[in-house]
Design a protein around this ligand. Structure first.
Ligand SMILES: [Zn+2]
Length: 66
């Protein structure tokens, strides 16, 4: 079978997607970067993926014992 995904909103074949960098938010606090994939025809978001290339900033450093 050929891979012919269709956009659930506009029904067109998804051959290209817009990729945007978005920030994941938890209670209005940014937790890290994500990648957003959206349809180039209607801009419906098809999926969000965590961008693992960039490490999220951590305020709490592990304290060495001893
Ligand atoms: Zn679409």
């Amino acid at each position: 079978m050929a891979n012919q995904g269709e956009c659930p909103k506009c029904g067109k074949r998804v051959l290209h997607v817009n990729v945007e960098t978005v920030i994941s938010m938890v209670d209005t606090e940014s937790k890290g970067r994500c990648m957003s994939y959206s349809c180039i025809h209607c801009n419906a978001v098809l999926g969000i993926q965590v961008d693992r290339r960039i490490k999220p900033r951590s305020r709490v450093r592990p304290t060495p014992k001893g």
